[in-house]
Design a protein around this ligand. Structure first.
Ligand SMILES: [Zn+2]
Length: 518
């Protein structure tokens, strides 16, 4: 049987909501208990009339130890109840214990925050100037992971910035937020980067009890995304400014840096609502935009799982809506952070898209270049279709030895073979199709060293980046979803911090958790 109110809450004299709503706002129950002679007693009596031991326990000065002892009692009772409840399994007691403990955790967080606020010196957090016209105890409520906490903070005027400041808000990480603690800000950012905000809001409440309306969650996640973009810019600048670390890590074994590039498209809300106007002008609104993506990893970090699946133990990602220029700087920064500066060599792998090779020439000029093997095969197959039309058996019989040759022997032989085929063809549409493919192979001839690549244990395809793109598309290409450039860049940036295991740079409170896993 689900209980509607936690037992601890009852014993503390707290209802489900330990606040009383008044015209002045939400006031914590503890203040009410002391009483202010402003009609609050009435409200208090209303609550106390249906709960029993009530006020006597809820002194504001009650130590956490006393509250914790009472919680321990309540939990013991939960255990006893659980043992005789034949319809309950472990899930029931998990939910029950969590609900019971929440109030103690909330009190601890509130106490900690208030004490820290009280200790914060009255100086401007921006310019360190001493604040003037100080007034104390400005109350404000914040949602933290365990519920609502209310704080009294000092406010002062900074003459240099000409702004009112709440120094405690900065110290506690509460400034600029719409009333949410840093941990809740983080949760909203993580969920919004993984799922649509409608779902994120519901999932957040279900799993943590934290209520955040959809629109607030969306706004908060984008604010965090913007913060992530600013931080990414700084990190990339550092990586670019310092091409070789002053004290470079001792490299025991020379390694190759593998860099893979690809692009996919995303649908955005740009020109939203102007469709008719644009069409009248004879323009079709542009809704699909490219997301440029890259991944990089050290070849010696690529191996196989116990089950024989290829896996990469550490790798970096970059994904951006800010065009090829954006990707160039982000991916270069990421590659530098992953050890490009100390690598014995580098290899860029991508499909035939012109931008990929321009970017490689421009930003990774020392790197070797390789055309993705599977794209090369598709272009050989295109020649086959020009020769054999829809005759699939003939096409397969012709294609198989060529693919083997491309993979295991010199690609030059394959290109020559295709050139000979073209030379022997009568002029016409089929010859034009073949000529197009021959040009493609001549263009990429130096990028098809598949035999050498396989011997060196290098990837011959860009599968790693393609799987990254597929995963990102699942998130960003849900039916009916539209994005704005600002919004999706913010979310892409959050996603990149998470994947690159750099989440704790963005939310430093996570440094207490396992740093190797975000
Ligand atoms: Zn200032």
């Amino acid at each position: 049987m689900a209980r509607t109110r936690s037992r601890l809450g009852l014993r503390l004299g707290l209802g489900r909501d330990p606040f009383l709503k008044t015209r002045a706002g939400r006031i914590p129950l503890f203040e009410r208990v002391i009483g202010r002679g402003d009609g609050l007693e009435e409200g208090m009596n209303a609550i106390c009339s249906h709960v029993e031991p009530c006020v006597s326990h809820s002194e504001p000065s009650e130590s956490l130890a006393v509250t914790a002892a009472r919680l321990a009692d309540a939990l013991e009772q939960d255990v006893r109840d659980f043992l005789v409840a034949s319809d309950q399994n472990l899930g029931d007691i998990e939910v029950q214990i969590e609900q019971q403990s929440r109030e103690l955790l909330r009190l601890a967080a509130e106490k900690a925050a208030q004490k820290k606020a009280d200790l914060t010196p009255p100086v401007c957090p921006v310019c360190q100037q001493r604040l003037s016209r100080l007034t104390g105890q400005h109350r404000r409520s914040f949602e933290c992971k365990f519920g609502t906490i209310t704080l009294g903070r000092s406010r002062g005027y900074c003459k240099r910035c000409r702004k009112w400041r709440f120094p405690a808000d900065t110290v506690l990480g509460l400034e600029e937020t719409a009333g949410y603690s840093p941990r809740v800000q983080e949760m909203s950012a993580l969920l919004a980067s993984k799922m649509p905000v409608e779902e994120a809001s519901a999932v957040l409440e279900h799993l943590t009890g934290v209520k955040m309306p959809r629109s607030t969650l969306d706004r908060e996640a984008k604010r965090q995304g913007q913060r992530a973009r600013d931080l990414r810019g700084k990190l990339d600048e550092q990586a670019g400014a310092c091409p070789r670390p002053v004290q470079s890590e001792l490299v025991l074994e020379p390694y190759q840096m593998i860099i893979q590039l690809d692009a996919w498209n995303i649908r955005e809300r740009q020109d939203w609502g102007q469709t008719q106007a644009l069409r009248r002008k004879g323009q079709e609104p542009e809704r699909w935009h490219w997301v440029y993506t890259g991944t990089c990893f050290r070849l010696d970090h690529r191996g196989q799982s116990a089950g024989g699946r290829p896996m990469i133990s550490q790798r970096g990602f970059a994904a951006t809506r800010e065009g090829i220029d954006g990707l160039r700087e982000q991916l270069h920064g990421e590659a530098m952070r992953r050890g490009l500066g100390q690598a014995a060599g580098a290899l860029v792998i991508g499909d035939g898209a012109v931008w990929i090779w321009r970017l490689a020439d421009d930003r990774f000029p020392e790197a070797r270049q390789r055309l993705d093997f599977y794209h090369a095969v598709q272009h050989v197959a295109a020649v086959g279709r020009a020769l054999f039309g829809e005759d699939k058996d003939k096409l397969k019989a012709w294609l198989r030895p060529l693919v083997q040759q491309l993979k295991n022997q010199s690609s030059i032989k394959v290109v020559r073979r295709l050139e000979e085929i073209l030379a022997a063809m009568p002029q016409g549409a089929a010859a034009q199709a073949v000529e197009k493919e021959v040009n493609y192979f001549q263009e990429h001839q130096d990028r098809m060293d598949y035999r050498a690549g396989r011997r060196r244990g290098e990837p011959i395809g860009s599968g790693a980046v393609e799987s990254t793109c597929r995963q990102a598309q699942c998130r960003f290409k849900r039916p009916g979803q539209y994005w704005s450039q600002q919004g999706d860049e913010a979310l892409l940036c959050l996603e990149t911090f998470w994947r690159n295991k750099r989440w704790s740079l963005l939310f430093p409170h996570n440094r207490h958790l396992d740093v190797s896993k975000n």
